[in-house]
Design a protein around this ligand. Structure first.
Ligand SMILES: C[S@@+](CC[C@H](N)C(=O)[O-])C[C@H]1O[C@@H](n2cnc3c(N)ncnc32)[C@H](O)[C@@H]1O
Length: 305
């Protein structure tokens, strides 16, 4: 593999990316050329909505080609194009052969939720102190336990389970709304929930959750786990978990609130610190949300109906 590195202003990123793909690039990655400097710019997009911009003011593009000939051709042809004005080819580098599977695996170590509750990839031994664990490998669906939003939801559940007077299942009937890999549903099962519905708009997430449930023997534990598209969620739940993002969480406020049983808990993640008030306002007709945890600029909001 060979990688062509280029610089582009924001308004050329799309045209140059498309041209690179037309010239045989197998992938094009775009990053902020000013990253780690004073000029670094944050660029957040919400799912289902167009990105706020196509790229950064100074964007660095990395295009991956299968052969050196293809990469050289792109290197020669692009500078002749009108749309390449103000862009530059930086260099062409060979990509060293690597054991990509091993390399990926080394990037996923066991994740500690609490000292005795861990997320552990299948190729790792369980840490000796792990009394409870979720076996989970990175896949197409979001949720490996490495993101603060997921970790805060799991920590919240672990705290409920750890209460001295907690009943056998501290969660009652559980809804994992936007289940991704199913990590929160699996966490709830490992922490004592016996009746769980996990739903997602993405069929790949539904599939991943089913596979991860099998890998964790959830059925053998006597847990009734139902997995499907959002319409599977029906009726009241004692615990409703949703780690999505602020915009969809606001749109979903009436629906999620309606699923929370009287006295039940709503647990929301995917929210940035500065978005706390807008979430409080969106849920105010039904539930008073409070900030229950925070990590790396993300917050966990919870409330009781
Ligand atoms: C950030 S991931 C969270 C995955 C996992 N629950 C976790 O905590 O790591 C958000 C998930 O919500 C799903 N999602 C987004 N909008 C949704 C909606 N309106 N209804 C249901 N699921 C949605 C996405 O497909 C994605 O799998």
């Amino acid at each position: 593999m060979f990688e062509l590195h280029l610089l582009c202003p924001e308004d050329r990123v799309e045209a140059v990316s498309e041209a690179l793909e037309a010239l045989g690039a197998q992938s094009v990655a775009v990053e902020d050329a000013d990253a780690q400097t004073e000029a670094e710019q944050a660029l957040f997009g919400e799912p289902g909505m167009p990105p706020p911009r196509e790229g950064w003011q100074h964007s660095r593009l990395h295009a991956l080609f299968a052969t050196e000939e293809e990469a050289q051709r792109a290197r020669q042809i692009l500078p002749m194009q009108d749309f390449f004005a103000n862009c530059a080819v930086l260099e062409l580098t060979p990509v060293p052969d690597q054991d990509w599977v091993r390399l990926t695996q080394t990037q996923f170590a066991p994740v500690e939720i609490t000292p005795d509750f861990w997320i552990v990839p299948s190729w790792h031994d369980l840490p000796p102190q792990a009394r409870r664990s979720i076996r989970l490998d990175p896949g197409l669906a979001f949720g490996t336990g490495t993101h603060p939003t997921t970790r805060m939801c799991l920590r919240w559940m672990a705290r409920q389970g750890a209460r001295p007077n907690a009943a056998a299942s501290p969660f009652g009937r559980v809804l994992d709304y936007g289940c991704g890999s199913g990590i929160l549903a699996l966490g709830a099962a490992k922490l004592g929930a016996t009746e769980i519905d996990a739903v997602d708009i993405d069929p790949a997430a539904v599939q991943a959750t089913l596979e991860n449930a099998r890998a964790n023997d959830i059925q053998a534990m006597g847990v009734q786990l139902r997995v499907g598209l959002p319409e599977l969620a029906q009726g009241p739940y004692q615990t409703v978990l949703a780690n999505i993002l602020a915009s969809p969480l606001k749109v979903l406020a009436p629906l999620l609130s309606a699923h929370v049983a009287p006295g039940g808990a709503l647990v929301l993640a995917g929210i940035l610190e500065r978005q706390a008030q807008e979430l409080q306002e969106a849920y105010a007709p039904w539930i008073r949300l409070e900030v229950a945890d925070n990590e790396d600029g993300w917050i966990l909001m919870t409330g009781t109906r």
